[in-house]
Design a protein. Structure first.
Ligand SMILES: *Cc1c(COP(=O)(O)O)cnc(C)c1O
Length: 362
């Protein structure tokens, strides 16, 4: 049989997670954030699975939006970083994309366009200091944009720096900054997954759920299941070798694991070449036959080694790295990272298998 390394993507869970986001913010529209190949889940399959329910999609760049349009997605698409040059502004018009505007240069590119109607989102820097105009610049910018023939609806967007820490007072400070713009009476959007779950006063007219769609927690020290989310990606491989080792022997690169008692070490066909994080240290759990076992020694490119001493493990047994039965949030914490990065890093060598029909039965 072929190498068993696979990411099983549960599209039912994806749709349920989207509905959970909608339920949190019943008066807002929700654009499903599908940037970075839908956080590694496969953007075309994810977008198709959500297209009967979603109000629209958000991607990072125009190239990602083109993939969705080529796949036949007709719903609104917001480009979160906006256009990178004038040609992308033209593409946005042709493909009916909504562009974020975070810089005056992007406004200049629009000045020369005369036909079409472009929806734009002024990116307001409410404190993150990554992209956007300061709130004091916004009123004049709105007037400037209204004078351009190509500009359709103008809306505001902003982004939280610390929404994953619900008690951080900086969140309220950022909301206040957006509220100072109320007199100009434009719709606004500022909620990522964490804010959707914890800051109802920040829901605005449009929410932008990303990580929660994929079932992982956007909030520090919580797991997706604590919030009622279901894992979408289950990453699996299988045991391809077993070794009985004695005290004093060592396992893997750098002799990374020292055997201290008679042990059984299982070799599993997944490594950092598949996107399994090399940062996963000894002790990081994997799931075999419903039981957790620890990684023993360094992650290699194509394999990992697991201490399965005392378990009834055979060659060919399925190993779950994260997903159903083992939260990606737990694995991420062991690797000093977040589930976002684990998902995005899964490489093309890993086959994606989709379960749950792509088309809804509506
Ligand atoms: C990625 C992104 C989101 C989604 O964030 P999650 O934490 O994954 O929900 C929302 N808004 C912007 C601007 C983003 O870049």
């Amino acid at each position: 049989m072929a190498r068993a390394t696979r990411a099983i993507i549960n599209l039912h869970a994806l749709r349920d997670n989207y509905q959970l986001a909608k339920k949190q913010a019943p008066d807002s529209r929700a654009y499903a954030v599908v940037k970075a190949n839908a956080y590694g889940h496969g953007v075309v399959e994810v977008a198709n699975a959500l297209s009967a329910d979603a109000d629209g999609f958000a991607v990072a760049c125009v190239d990602e939006a083109i993939i969705l349009r080529q796949a036949g997605i007709l719903l609104p698409i917001l480009v979160l970083e906006g256009a990178m040059d004038k040609a992308e502004c033209l593409t946005a018009l042709e493909l009916d994309l909504e562009l974020a505007l975070h810089h005056l240069q992007q406004v200049d590119w629009l000045k020369d366009l005369d036909s079409g109607v472009l929806k734009v989102w002024i990116k307001v820097d409410s404190g993150m200091h990554r992209l956007g105009f300061s709130s004091s610049e916004v009123p004049a910018l709105v007037s400037q944009l209204r004078a351009l023939s190509v500009i359709g609806e103008i809306q505001l967007m902003s982004h939280f720096a610390c929404a994953d820490e619900p008690s951080n007072p900086f969140n309220l400070q950022q909301i206040k900054t957006i509220q100072t713009l109320e007199p100009i009476k434009l719709n606004w959007s500022m909620s990522n997954s964490a804010a959707i779950l914890t800051l109802p006063q920040a829901h605005g007219s449009l929410i932008r759920p990303g990580i929660m769609l994929y079932g992982a927690s956007p909030i520090q020290h919580q797991q997706g299941a604590d919030i009622g989310l279901q894992p979408v990606m289950t990453l699996q491989s299988e045991v391809i070798a077993l070794h009985q080792l004695s005290p004093g022997e060592t396992v893997g690169y750098g002799q990374g694991f020292l055997i201290e008692r008679p042990s059984i070490i299982a070799v599993v066909a997944i490594g950092y070449g598949d996107g399994y994080p090399r940062a996963a240290r000894t002790g990081t759990p994997v799931l075999i036959k419903g039981k957790q076992y620890p990684i023993a020694g360094r992650v290699s490119m194509d394999m990992i080694t697991i201490d399965v001493t005392g378990g009834d493990i055979s060659i060919g047994d399925t190993v779950t790295l994260w997903g159903t039965g083992l939260s990606a949030d737990i694995v991420a914490e062991q690797c000093n990272t977040i589930a976002y990065e684990l998902f995005c890093q899964i490489t093309n060598r890993v086959k994606r298998q989709y379960v749950g029909s792509i088309l809804t039965n509506r």
